[in-house]
Ligand binder design. Structure first.
Ligand code: NAD
Length: 488
């Protein structure tokens, strides 16, 4: 390493309780500077074979522990994550580009909470039993862990989404091979350092780093991995479905969204406007649940638009470490270009860009000028058929359009291929229930956004996914159920 140059952070795979180097590495960038700062193992089939062997060996002992014993280990892991909160938050913010404030208040506390939550829920499941007295029979169900679970996660909420899969899988007695996104691998590697201290036996959690086409496909295609939980994009889900089909694998797919916010004329705009700015631009708009189509009832359309643009201009883009910043950098150069290209297409189609990209000036310190920053952008005068209203942009871009009637807005909100989340703003309780029921979305928030109850099902309809996650849903997914009949 030349004098004066910073050492690169070198990650290693974690297999069978050991950190192992890899024969090749890929570059990982700091989104706020555009510089390479970390090397991620470029794993493939060989590493997956080793991880399968370790997970297979660990399975009999781990799956034989009682839920109470596994619960103790999960709680210890939650404690250790909480003790390392600041270090993990700094790492997540640097790796992903999100603000340190968000990593500190949401990503890392929630990752710890995932272990604590499943540590608690695992000890409360019961089985079913029915009788058939006329045949002198009783029937009951038992659930057993599926085996080795393959867990694949995206880059937007790295540790938070990875632990949302690891925690229920191991709580139910499976052993796991996790593959985080190659763009954001650091906090998963840091998690590995805590496992031994928490009492996780070697081979129960294996983390293998690298790209989707190489290591992701090796994991998905492996015949000894019968269950795959995937969060990511719809095209990748298609590929995973194809690769899993010959083995009839159990699949959970949590995919993208094109989430509408529906704002009726009786909405409380004092609450709705700041919440809708947040739902559009939180985490740089890089949350699958972010709002990207805002339908506003015509009588309040102009007032809403004026106040919404004013509030968006106050949503500060800044260095991820700046405590006054609401938004940091986007994940990569390629993603920034993709997000910007949607704004250019909208402009070419005759839409108006009211603030943000190409309208306002972004001022950045010299060191960050090659970083992947972009201003929050509001588009209007855009047709429902435009790609900005149909496709997932997954960045800080939102469209605002007027509507007239309840019936019309439901039809338009449902007119995309996705069905993940929606928000409805109104003070009419009857209307809220009516509209929420008719929307094609796995989650509907009314007069709020992103309030989560982990016990209840999470997931999407249509191209937003297959299956649900949550206390009971994740337990059902990571176990096989058997019905036993006893004649007496
Ligand atoms: P992506 O599909 O490109 O990648 C997700 C993961 O899959 C990564 O780990 C990647 O390496 C891996 N992968 C890529 N190709 C693969 C292949 N051929 N085989 C196996 N694995 C492969 O998605 P992304 O860009 O990382 O994440 C953004 C997407 O995730 C958006 O569509 C977003 O809406 C979605 N998302 C959904 C949820 C949800 O809960 N529904 C949550 C967060 C993100």
């Amino acid at each position: 390493m030349a004098a004066g140059r910073k050492e690169l952070l070198m990650l290693e795979n974690f297999i069978g309780g050991k950190f192992l180097p890899c024969s090749s590495y890929i570059d990982s960038y700091d989104p706020s500077t555009g510089e390479v700062y970390c090397k991620v193992p470029n794993s493939g089939k060989e590493e997956i074979e080793a991880a399968v062997e370790a997970a297979r060996e660990a399975f009999p002992a781990w799956s034989s522990q009682s839920p109470q014993e596994r619960s103790v280990v999960l709680n210890r892991l939650a404690d250790l994550l909480e003790q390392s909160l600041e270090e993990l938050a700094q790492a997540e913010s640097k790796d992903q580009g999100k603000t340190l404030t968000l990593a500190r208040t949401m990503d890392i506390p929630r990752a710890a909470q995932n272990f604590r939550f499943f540590a608690s829920s695992i000890v409360h499941h019961t089985s079913e039993c029915t009788q058939m007295d006329h045949l002198s029979c009783m029937h009951y169900t038992v659930r057993t862990p599926v085996g080795i679970a393959g867990l694949i996660s995206p880059w937007n909420l790295p540790l938070y989404l990875l632990t949302w899969k690891i925690a229920p899988a191991i709580a139910a007695g499976n052993t796991v091979i996790a593959k985080p996104s190659e763009l954001t691998s650091v906090t998963a590697w840091m998690l590995c350092k805590l496992l031994d201290k928490a009492g996780v036996p070697p081979g129960v959690i294996n983390i293998v780093f690298g790209t989707g086409p190489r290591v992701g496909e090796a994991l998905v295609s492996h015949p000894e991995v019968p269950v795959i939980s995937f969060t990511g994009s719809q095209p990748t889900a298609e590929r995973i479905t194809q690769l899993s089909a010959p083995h009839c694998k159990k699949l959970s797919l949590e995919l993208g969204g094109k989430n509408p916010a529906i704002i009726f004329e009786d909405a409380n705009l004092e609450e709705c406007i700041p919440a809708t700015v947040r739902s559009s631009f939180a985490n740089q708009g890089e949350i699958c649940l972010c709002t990207s189509r805002i339908f506003v009832q015509r009588r309040i359309y102009n007032e809403f638009l004026k106040r919404f643009v004013e509030a968006t201009r106050k949503w500060k883009v800044g260095m991820p470490s700046d405590p006054s910043a609401s938004m940091g950098a986007l994940i990569s150069k390629a993603h920034l270009e993709k997000v910007r290209s949607y704004v250019m297409k909208a402009r070419a189609e005759g839409a108006q860009i009211l603030c943000g990209e190409g309208v306002d000036q972004l001022s950045l310190p010299v060191r960050n000028q090659a970083g992947y920053f972009m201003l929050p952008t509001v588009i209007t005068d855009v047709k429902d058929e435009s790609c900005c209203m149909k496709e997932e942009i997954f960045g800080p871009v939102t469209c605002v359009v007027p509507f007239d009637s309840e019936e019309e807005v439901i039809k338009r909100a449902n007119s995309v291929k996705y069905g993940l989340a929606a928000t409805v703003w109104s003070s009419n309780v009857g209307r809220i229930h009516r509209v929420a029921k008719k929307l094609q979305a796995g989650l509907v928030w009314t007069n709020c956004w992103l309030i989560r109850e982990l016990n209840l099902p999470f997931g999407g309809m249509k191209s937003s996914g297959i299956g649900r996650e949550g206390a009971k849903d994740s337990y059902d997914f990571f176990t096989e159920v058997k019905t036993i009949t006893v004649k007496h």
